[in-house]
Design a protein around this ligand. Structure first.
Ligand SMILES: CC(=O)SCCNC(=O)CCNC(=O)[C@H](O)C(C)(C)COP(=O)(O)OP(=O)(O)OC[C@H]1O[C@@H](n2cnc3c(N)ncnc32)[C@H](O)[C@@H]1OP(=O)(O)O
Length: 182
């Protein structure tokens, strides 16, 4: 009987490959398993957890719980050198494979199941759809809207809206193809 292998874990550097970029990842339903730490030492997951727990805090001890997660958030922000505000509006399932230098403006919105590589900057007034993969060093200068299932190339400078299902790259970013995602 053939041995059933577990599917390979989704790794950041594989995700922006064209062949993997199918409609399998939802643009609307957050896949929370993407935010689960699989190792004890996983600073980006700890950072995200502090944001999620802070925002989910409720009940009579809300302020105390939030104070604890603010402390955690500060610690993991220092460790990762990422600047992602604790009040950020980020859909579930965010991947930060290498969080160093990721900066997100508090007034930007990030949809579910997105991926941000190192040194991505998302400025104010940027609305990012679902399942958007953003390559290393890319800058998104708002106000602008990014559709669903979009790939943004490494070091791209995005200054205008990007339609769903497209890949953009360059300075300023231009569409590389408009192939629809199945
Ligand atoms: C430690 C780590 O591994 S961190 C990993 C970091 N990885 C990343 O940030 C990956 C980001 N991904 C990219 O930039 C990819 O090149 C993508 C998603 C933009 C495009 O990928 P593909 O669809 O496979 O495009 P492909 O490689 O075929 O290139 C198509 C054209 O766009 C150009 N191009 C690709 N990427 C870029 C880019 N970032 N900037 C400018 N031009 C680019 C190519 O040179 C090529 O041009 P040509 O047609 O004139 O030859």
């Amino acid at each position: 009987m053939p041995v059933q292998r577990k599917p390979a874990r989704l790794r950041g550097q594989d995700i922006v490959k064209k062949e993997d970029f199918t409609g399998a990842v939802s643009a609307t339903e957050p896949d929370w398993s993407r935010e689960r730490a699989e190792r004890l030492w996983s600073p980006s997951h700890r950072l995200l957890k502090s944001i999620r727990r802070y925002q989910a805090a409720s009940g009579p001890f809300k302020k105390i719980i939030q104070a604890y997660w603010v402390f955690q958030h500060r610690f993991w922000s220092i460790v990762t050198a990422a600047d992602i505000p604790i009040n950020s509006r980020i859909g579930g399932g965010l991947l930060l494979p290498h969080p160093t230098g990721v900066v997100v403006h508090p007034e930007s919105i990030i949809g579910p199941n997105c991926l941000l590589f190192q040194q991505v900057t998302v400025s104010g007034g940027v609305e990012i759809g679902g399942h958007v993969d953003i390559g290393a060093g890319a800058k998104l200068i708002g106000p602008l809207k990014i559709g669903d299932h979009v790939r943004i190339g490494a070091n791209a400078v995005v200054t205008s809206d990007v339609a769903s299902g497209t890949t953009v790259a360059g300075v300023p970013a231009r569409v590389l193809n408009t192939g629809a995602i199945d």
